[in-house]
Design a protein around this ligand. Structure first.
Ligand code: B12
Length: 297
């Protein structure tokens, strides 16, 4: 597949090289460059940090990089996440508390940390507990802090028995929280949530927050104009990439300026209806597909 002017993709490739070479400062500069280009924290998580972690994991799995190199790369990414998190400006407080952790026995916590960051930015009070919280301690904390939602990440399948125990124990609390599952092992088992008595499962960061909201009953909050524009921008970019087009090709086809397309894709352009129609026509999709609230196509 061609990856023409896709600047995020290029940043990701450079970031991957940097972390694999252990160049922390270079990694930071690339993230900084992304921010200067107008990408937000979420673009950087979704299009740079996550794909990099997956590629690092693959390289490790294939024996191309050693454990120490993987650890170094992962630490650089955690450092960038810490930096990006410090810049989060949460939406107004929702008044709901979520506790996020990986299941007992599971040392993977980067996915859980990202989920926690998405909740933070959505206005939740977030208790991030890190990796491998012992089940009984988690239950006690949830009881004591009146947690509304517990989000548990499970990456390796051998932790599933402990996940089941934890979910079962949380359900016995006098004021039981809603329980949301996620992570590689959870995601590979379609009926897992139902089977073990959890309330929901989500496969990615955006759906984690949507599902969390739905579970505690705040799913139907009005979406701000800025969120609509970001969502529309993401869809335009996704469909354009699927077509293998660069921004100039889309601009030509829609009879719009390339800088306009760039602003749209970054969620920074308050489009006229006429421009949305032109974009939908050029991309060959129905208008409603660009305007619907869901990120899924
Ligand atoms: C970094 C890493 C580690 C680090 C973890 C460091 C840390 N602080 O987290 C360390 C070195 C500790 C580690 C250890 C091991 N690892 Co490891 N690790 C990885 C690696 C390279 C990256 C993980 C990562 O950060 N991914 C990026 C995040 C963002 O992705 P994610 O976790 O999937 O999260 C996304 C979604 O799943 C979802 N999500 C995640 N959590 C949640 C939670 C909720 C509630 C929701 C809604 C959504 C959600 O949102 C995220 C964004 O989309 C992966 C490779 C890979 N492909 O992922 C292997 C990988 C996960 N590890 C693997 C393995 C096998 C291990 C070990 C067992 C290896 C060993 N033989 O020792 C050990 C575990 C030992 C143990 N005690 O159990 C396998 C897992 C295979 C499997 N499914 O069983 C992988 C896939 C590598 C591979 N290809 O074989 N690992």
């Amino acid at each position: 597949m061609t990856e023409p002017d896709n600047s995020l993709w290029r940043l990701k490739q450079r970031y991957l090289d940097a972390v694999l070479n252990g160049e922390a400062i270079q990694g930071e500069l690339i993230v900084e460059e992304g921010l200067k280009q107008g990408f937000g924290m979420f673009d950087i998580y979704l299009s740079i940090l996550i794909p990099t972690q997956i590629d690092v994991g693959q390289a490790w799995h294939d024996g191309k990089v050693g454990v120490a190199q993987e650890h170094l790369a992962t630490e650089i990414t955690l450092e960038q996440m810490n930096r990006l998190r410090s810049q989060i400006v949460p939406r107004s407080k929702l008044g709901f508390r979520v506790a996020v952790t990986s299941v007992e026995g599971d040392p993977h916590f980067i996915g859980a940390r990202m989920v926690a960051d998405f909740f933070l930015s959505d206005g939740w009070d977030v208790d991030f507990l890190g990796a491998s919280t012992p089940g009984p301690d988690l239950v006690e904390l949830v009881r004591r802090r009146n947690v509304d939602l517990v989000a548990i990440s499970t990456t390796t399948a051998d932790c599933l028995p402990r996940l089941e125990w934890t979910v079962g124990s949380l359900a016995t609390l006098a004021n039981p929280p809603k329980i949301l599952l996620g992570g590689n092992a959870a995601a590979s088992m379609v009926n897992l949530a139902v089977d073990i008595g959890a309330d929901g499962i989500a496969l990615n960061l955006q759906d984690a927050v949507l599902e969390g909201r739905r579970l505690v009953g705040i799913a139907n909050e009005p979406v701000s104009l800025s969120d609509h524009l970001k969502s529309l921008g993401r869809k335009v970019q996704e469909i354009r990439r699927d077509l293998g087009w660069n921004q100039q090709q889309l601009a030509d086809s829609a009879d719009l300026d390339r800088t306009y397309i760039s602003a749209v894709e970054h969620g920074k352009q308050n489009l006229t209806l006429g421009a949305v129609v032109k974009l939908a026509d050029a991309l060959g999709v129905e208008l409603v597909q660009l305007l619907s609230k869901s990120d899924r196509r």
